[in-house]
Design a protein around this ligand. Sequence first.
Ligand SMILES: Nc1nc2c(ncn2[C@@H]2O[C@H](COP(=O)(O)OP(=O)(O)OP(=O)(O)O)[C@@H](O)[C@H]2O)c(=O)[nH]1
Length: 373
Amino acid sequence: MIDNDPKIQRRIDMDLLSRAKTGVVVYGFLLPVVFWPFDFYILQPMLSTVFALSMLFISILRGGHYVITKPLYQYSVKLWRSSFYFLSLCHASILSTFFVFSIFDERFTAILHITMLAIGGISSGALVALIPRIKFALVNLSVLLIPSIVTGIIISEKFAFAVMLALFFGYIAMIGVRSSKEYNRSFETELILDDQKNELERLSKIDALTNIYNRGYFNIEFEKQWEYANRLKLRLSLLIVDVDHFKAFNDNYGHLLGDACLVHVAKIINQVGKRETDIAARFGGEEFVLLILENENENENEKAIKVAEILRRKIERSPFKVDDKLFPVTVSIGVASIQPSHKMDSRQLIEQADSALYQAKHQGRNLVIVHSG
Ligand SMILES: Nc1nc2c(ncn2[C@@H]2O[C@H](COP(=O)(O)OP(=O)(O)OP(=O)(O)O)[C@@H](O)[C@H]2O)c(=O)[nH]1
């Protein structure tokens, strides 16, 4: 389920980045703070300064990586990922060196106990943060702990420390693998829910037969465009398109062919209403609507009349074809155009287009009639 789809991988990477954020801040300031109360800073000024500055330096680089994530990720996912891994491992390596010295070098005795706590905290924290990429989390954990374990085994008087660290390593690695499975499961559930949400959203907008917007969605968008046109003082035009003699079509050729004919007409309406602001929808039965936002410099309903005539002609000239048989189809179109204002009711535009359509039917069909006055 969690496949190589770049979108999914991006989500995992961004989750990884956000989880690692706290660590970057903590690492940059943690150890100088640790040195202070134990006088380590005074006892070993050189060591502590080198250590603190190197941690701070990597934190600053990681901060920079965080800031440029968006363009860097766009430029190259591979580069983003490898720099993230590299900088995380730099932090882990400096910490690991520090752990090795703390456990085995007499100069670090002053802060040994606090370092042991830090080993537990930092290793567990890093593992939890890097869970989205469990293989990398385990590499990071190995870089943090294995050098101390190996050194402990070599220097036999610290063997007990090495055993304790090895047990700790095994234990949290196990917890990490388990948590990563849980992470993947919840991530998969999230993806399934996202897909279902998108599909439900799509279904709530789309007419099941013709695959163009349905009336519910049209109503919502119509109100939005009405408000928009009102604010910008633009004209809003509406075409109501009705298939001519459709009852006879159904009676002659059957409902299934009737359905296919509606799909054919809907496709053409959708093609003609191709501007970003155009909204083509099935209004109900064999009736469709096309909502058009006129340009500022367009006079009256110029654009809508042009589109209506193009649409009428295109449908007339594209007979509906089944098994090499051609079925002529025509439509009548009522056009109305209004510049919305707060005093008007948006239904007025629908009523006017409807009355123009009524006239088109009465004047013989296969006609465009524009509502006047
Ligand atoms: N096949 C099919 N027919 C539908 C659908 N929705 C509505 N209809 C039919 O569309 C026909 C509409 O008929 P009328 O309203 O009488 O209009 P008309 O026959 O097209 O006549 P004019 O509009 O006056 O040209 C009815 O027979 C409905 O059953 C549908 O989804 N599929």
